[in-house]
Design a protein around this ligand. Sequence first.
Ligand SMILES: Cc1cc2nc3c(=O)[nH]c(=O)nc-3n(C[C@H](O)[C@H](O)[C@H](O)COP(=O)(O)O)c2cc1C
Length: 428
Amino acid sequence: MKISDALELISPRLPTGTLRQRRLRACHTVKDLRTAARSLLPSAVFDYVDGGADQELSLETNTSAFERYRYLPQVLRDVGSPDTSGNFLGRPAALPLGFAPTGYTRMMHPEGEPAAARAAAEHRIPYVLSTMASTSLEDLAAAPGADAADRWFQLYVWKDRELTRGMVSRAQSNGYRVLEVAVDTAVSGKRLRDVRNGLTIPPALTLGSLLDIASRPNYWMGMLRGEKLEFANVRSDEPGGHTIEGISDQFDPTVNWEDLARIRDTWNGSLVLKGPLGPEDAMRAQALGVDGVHLSNHGGRQLDRTVAPVDLVAPVRAAVGDSFGIFVDSGVRHGSDIATAIALGADACFVGRPYLWALVAGGEEGVGHLVRMLTEEFTRTMQLLGVGSVQELRARGPELLHCHEPAVMRTDRPGQERKSPRWMSLNN
Ligand SMILES: Cc1cc2nc3c(=O)[nH]c(=O)nc-3n(C[C@H](O)[C@H](O)[C@H](O)COP(=O)(O)O)c2cc1C
């Protein structure tokens, strides 16, 4: 090769775009977004997002439960123009994916809830605002761009029922389409990382966090420049006030099905229950006029050692029939996880941490990057499976999916474990 030919091969690539764009271009997976978020957040804030309750066993098995499933694709089926559109209780979406409610989102990034909701609107997927949000339901409904999103509101039933009723009517009058009642928070889960880190909300400037300023200056600059952090759906003079302890004290362990019946009577829109619901609870909700269930263990942040929500999809679908809404979250990290959930019988999935990491990594642009990444992964999975639409994936799911159980299983004789993986068809 002549020197001039060799020189042609060397084309120095100068970095283009903003720092944020370059960071996002280097993120090819949800795991990459998590790594980026870790490098930008103070460790206590990163742990607040990342961590789970107690021994974090639910947290761990949420992702590994998805990874146990294996596909048996069907070939030669013309998958030239796959239709990835989903449906959320009668409203079409570009993808069977939504953003789950997360409290205090502006602690992760000053653009907060409006940025996540704007990205959801732009990509035509639903966004659920939390009771514990750092943007009020009125402000989100009025935020340019976010107002166009399919907006849901997640409700905690509080000790002060007047406050709860007030929130339901505010959600109604501000155009929220779906009310999602979280039923997994009779009491607050114990997140040991937060306890050990001494995390307070809002984060306090302690000696530890002052040291942190040196290593995460942009985070602290963003926080100091941004609006005051508060639980925006509650006035500071209302019960619960503006502290995490005050709010957690408002969780009511006496909440029961009668409260739900009252909510059903007052709420005119679609109603969904969010929590780790088994077939019996799902049928009871259906009988009460609830429109769907959002199977979730709060991303492993409440009761530890719960069944992974993805494993509840098939039994709950069998119990409630075809037309009842089934959504699932906790552990969705790849487009193929969405495909697995649908093949098991879900209508759609939600994600929590992945969009928070994306928000940290790149604000609204980062959240858009995540949706494009998951869309691409989901589309490719559908094509390689040999299915042309989400409806087809759900209908043919049992033929396409097998469950791979890597767990060590006991034989009759104690002490002799069978270590080889067992393949089990879901039809069995
Ligand atoms: C930082 C954080 C805050 C959350 N806050 C709420 C909340 O206020 N209300 C709620 O119902 N769920 C909340 N969740 C749970 C999410 O809605 C969702 O169920 C969970 O994140 C899904 O699991 P994943 O993070 O593995 O996707 C929160 C989750 C995280 C990570």
